[in-house]
Ligand binder design. Structure first.
Ligand code: GDP
Length: 472
């Protein structure tokens, strides 16, 4: 009935439109996003879906150019397991690359900021790995400005290194390579750079544009220079924010502390957060009672790119939830409870991901220009063969992008990448492993598995031509 009112048509007409789609509905029933689009189309309307957040009329705020100031870059460290991500983050945290208060970081709050001798600052997300990075992105949060990808020089460019690269690229985040463990006699940084070059990733020494630095995270060699390269990259990005407005940012982590209540670490991305502000974060809200930095110091204000842990929310929001400061406590509470209600009504899903069946229709509607694919296979040969064939299916209307390809089972991280980048996953002679299937169901990600190359190519071709018969 709500839709009927919006379109100014009798509700019976909407019900019969649904019936022609094979859906028996009542007046009070909520329709899913796809049905809404089709029904609206019947009556000559187009549905513009807004996310729950936009819907809540959180005021659009346009920054005046004169209010914008430089802000520090926010960095995520990624790479293959055991290549030295944690060691690098620990070294930066503990050692005296930090001006003044060396080694003063006492708290693990999920993010920390360091100040270099030059006085310039860099903020680090303290949860290394592309899984955390992409999980946040799948929730709609893009926090990272620059990705440091650590590669152990006594090893090789490994599957998770490739994943990390794909995840950073899919997010459009510039990469700096940290070629690590150069203190080891068995290390061979040139071999790594050569391997990267063979993957079309040319680092500076090889005449390319991607910055890279040889380091030892254990001894600290080269770390200072690496951070200078981060600042250089940040300069190119011209990162800016408006410290005078009400704060907005992203939740990094949150938990319940027995003594203190809910503690949430948040990264302020724009504006300045102050004690006493009313904060809305995901389905939670509250008044900021106290703030602490990563050194355990009480702070009264936190400006752009600053991580702080705050007390005062009425629950623990999820990592990746956006937070906004609201003028009015009541409004913050109302929106939080509305969101909780929306979450319960799982039937109303406004953000659906692309499926193979849907591609043809979406192309026909003209709102679909890029088909993102994540491709996993059992051997390199078939992955390469499929990549080639898929890319050749690109037409003037639609570009086929292979966001990530690799050998091995379909993992949870593949699913998260698909969710963050609206991609479908194609497996050749491989299946979802571990939690991947479950997460795919939750996130509504289409996973197709094949054992005949020809079938995979044909299905995709048919789908793009809108000829695929739906799987029941
Ligand atoms: P992560 O899994 O990527 O976080 O890797 P870790 O930081 O836990 O490091 C894995 C192992 O490599 C640990 O035993 C570290 O001590 C070691 N390691 C890390 N960086 C270096 C380095 O620069 N040189 C040497 N020799 N060992 C390192």
């Amino acid at each position: 009935s709500e839709v009927a009112i919006m379109m100014d048509v009798p509700v019976t007409k909407v019900i019969s439109a649904c019936m022609t789609l094979g859906m028996m509905v009542t007046m009070n029933q909520r329709l899913d996003a796809e049905t809404l689009s089709i029904v609206a189309d019947e009556f000559g309307y187009e549905v513009d879906f807004v996310s729950a957040e936009e819907e809540e009329s959180i005021e659009e705020f346009v920054d005046a150019p004169e209010d914008l100031v430089h802000r520090a870059p926010i960095v995520t460290v990624m790479g293959h397991v055991d290549h030295g991500k944690t060691s690098l983050l620990d070294y930066i945290r503990e050692e005296n690359v930090i001006a003044g208060e060396s080694g003063g970081i006492t708290q693990h709050i999920g993010a920390y900021a360091v100040e270099l001798e030059s006085g310039q600052k860099i903020s680090f997300l303290d949860t290394p790995g592309h899984e955390a990075f992409t999980a946040m992105r799948a929730r709609g949060a893009q926090v990272t400005d620059i990705a440091i990808i650590v590669i152990a020089a006594d090893d090789d460019v490994m599957p998770q290194t490739k994943e990390a690269i794909s995840h950073a690229q899919a997010a459009g985040v510039p990469i700096i390579f940290a070629i690590n463990k150069v203190d080891l006699p068995t290390s061979n940084p040139e071999k790594i750079k050569e391997k990267l070059a063979s993957m079309n990733l040319l680092v500076e020494d090889w005449g390319g544009k991607i910055q890279s630095h040889d380091i030892s995270a254990k001894k600290g060699t080269g770390v200072k220079e690496l951070l200078e390269k981060v600042l250089l990259e940040a300069e190119i990005l011209e990162l800016q924010a408006n410290p005078t407005r009400l704060a907005q940012g992203t939740v990094v982590e949150a938990f319940l502390d027995k003594g203190r209540g809910y503690v949430s670490t948040i990264l302020v991305q724009t504006g300045t957060l102050k004690i006493g502000d009313y904060v809305l974060a995901g389905t939670n809200s509250g008044k900021v009672k106290a703030m602490q930095d990563e050194r355990g110091h009480i702070v009264k204000e936190a400006g752009p790119s600053t991580p702080v842990s705050i007390l005062g929310l009425d629950g623990a929001p999820q990592a990746g939830d956006k937070f906004v400061v609201m003028e009015d406590e009541r409004e913050a509470k109302d929106i939080a409870s509305k969101r909780t209600q929306l979450q319960r009504e799982q039937s109303v899903r406004t953000q659906r991901h692309i499926t193979l069946d849907e591609i043809g229709r979406r192309i026909a509607l003209g709102d679909f220009k890029e088909l993102n694919i994540i491709l996993k296979g059992d051997v390199d040969g078939s992955v390469e063969a499929l990549t080639d064939s898929f890319q050749k299916l690109s037409t003037e209307e639609i570009q086929v992008n292979i966001l990530h390809k690799g050998v091995g089972a379909i993992t949870e991280s593949d699913v998260l990448l698909a969710s963050a980048s609206d991609a479908i996953i194609i497996g050749f002679n491989v299946r979802p492993a571990g939690n991947a299937r479950q997460v795919a169901d939750q996130e509504e990600i289409d996973i197709r598995t094949y054992s005949i190359i020809y079938d995979a190519i044909n299905d995709l071709k048919d789908a793009m031509e809108g000829m695929l018969s739906p799987v029941m």
